[in-house]
Design a binder for this molecule. Structure first.
Ligand SMILES: *Cc1c(COP(=O)(O)O)cnc(C)c1O
Length: 398
């Protein structure tokens, strides 16, 4: 058996260094705990970045994957499969929209959403190609060139220019700024219903409702990125349900497959037939293994009453984080919804997160000064108490 250190050295020899990984080599998981190769236990409040909704070693989920592996893993989109047909219908129903395109990741879902919006406007405007997209400052939509082009973070974009053209940025939750950026050429407005990587900023009700109204008035498409905040994490299946608003296109990924890579963009009535045969494709997208995973995920959401737990345990987590904000004067704010929450610090959180890992608690940051809490959606109040104990021990040393 190799040690953490031996495996880390082996990995760094051959991996392009785009991540500063934590010095932990994870080996297996059980419930809401992960274990490294030396047997150390970690309480998981990161969930593989908001992916592992049910935690680890879930019998029904594993069995669904094994059953599909025994049948067939991949056939391509030249053919139909039953898991694909079922997953599309389940996702359309869950989003309240009409039709689905499956991708392999979040960033590809964003690419597809951008293409669909442009195609809609191209059809409408007799083939004109000068349409603009409004995106938000401080947003995150992924790392491929299209998704990066709508990501409002100059640091991520700088070295990779030129990006796609005709994207303008407005301040999130600032309706006057959005209004001032709209032109006759605006074809879409895109934002995360809850900004994730940018530091856990939920959309304000007045803002999202007014954007929806403007979009309807001017025939602009509203694209909501629910890759992180969707699939139950906010306490509703999709966060826009809190506001009585529906997007024209929603992007989904992360918890959709709970670890098997799958994403999707889902389109409403107005746009779902704008793309036609040949307009878009993916070799793997929606393959039988990935869609079997998504089907199992939807079934388990009901069977395990996930939304009830997110609401109950999520508000308990909110109270616990409010108490931290009151207790420590270097914590400036606690915010978020359900089981997607952030604690903002007046100091960089990197060293705090590292100390928590030493204490056996996996947390992640969002930006330099926010600790992000995106645990498995099955955590209990006891798990929250255990997290709070460990975090408090670390914070009392700061
Ligand atoms: C993670 C994330 C993405 C990118 O998804 P990948 O699967 O990493 O490509 C896009 N948008 C949001 C809001 C995300 O959190």
């Amino acid at each position: 058996m190799k040690t953490n250190k031996e495996i880390m050295d082996l990995a760094e020899q051959a991996l392009i260094h785009t991540y500063n990984r934590f010095p932990v080599v994870l080996d297996h998981g059980k419930g809401v705990y992960l274990y490294d190769v030396e047997g150390k236990e970690y309480l998981d409040f990161a969930a593989g970045i908001a992916v592992n909704a049910f935690g680890y070693d879930v019998p029904e989920y594993k069995q669904a994957l094994k059953d599909q592996i025994d049948k067939v893993i991949h056939v391509s989109n030249l053919y139909y499969t039953e898991p694909l047909a079922k997953a599309a219908n389940k996702l359309a129903k869950a989003t309240g929209l009409r039709k689905v395109f499956f991708t392999n990741s979040g960033t590809e879902a964003i690419e597809g959403a951008i293409k669909l919006a442009r195609k809609y406007a191209w059809n409408r405007d007799n083939g004109s190609t000068d349409h603009e997209i409004i995106a938000m400052n401080n947003s995150f939509h992924g790392r491929s060139i299209g998704a990066l082009s709508v990501t409002g973070n100059p640091h991520y974009q700088e070295a990779f220019k030129p990006l796609i053209d005709k994207v303008v940025f407005a301040d999130f939750n600032n309706i006057e700024d959005v209004r001032s950026k709209i032109t006759d050429k605006t074809c879409a407005i895109i934002f995360e219903t809850i900004q994730g990587e940018g530091g856990i900023y939920p959309v304000e009700a007045d803002f999202i409702k007014e954007v929806r109204r403007i979009c309807d008035e001017k025939d602009i498409l509203l694209i909501l990125d629910e890759i992180q905040c969707g699939m139950g994490r906010s306490g509703k299946m999709f966060a826009y349900e809190h506001f009585g608003v529906k997007p024209d296109i929603v992007t989904v990924a992360k918890a959709l497959g709970c670890g098997v890579p799958i994403g999707a963009f889902v389109a409403g009535d107005k746009v779902c037939d704008s793309m036609t045969a040949g307009d878009h494709g993916s070799t793997y997208g929606g393959n039988p293994l990935a869609t079997a995973a998504a089907n199992a995920v939807f079934d388990l959401f009901e069977k395990k009453h996930i939304l009830e737990n997110v609401n109950e345990t999520g508000s308990y987590l909110g109270e616990v984080l409010d108490r931290f904000a009151a207790k420590y004067d270097f914590i400036t704010e606690a915010r978020g919804m359900g089981l997607i929450r952030g604690l903002e610090f007046s100091v960089p959180v990197g060293p705090i997160v590292n100390r928590c890992i030493e204490e056996g608690l996996l947390l992640i940051s969002a930006g330099t000064n926010v600790i992000r809490f995106v645990p498995p959606l099955v955590i209990t109040k006891e798990n929250v108490d255990e997290m709070a104990q460990k975090l408090d021990r670390v914070l009392s040393e700061v």
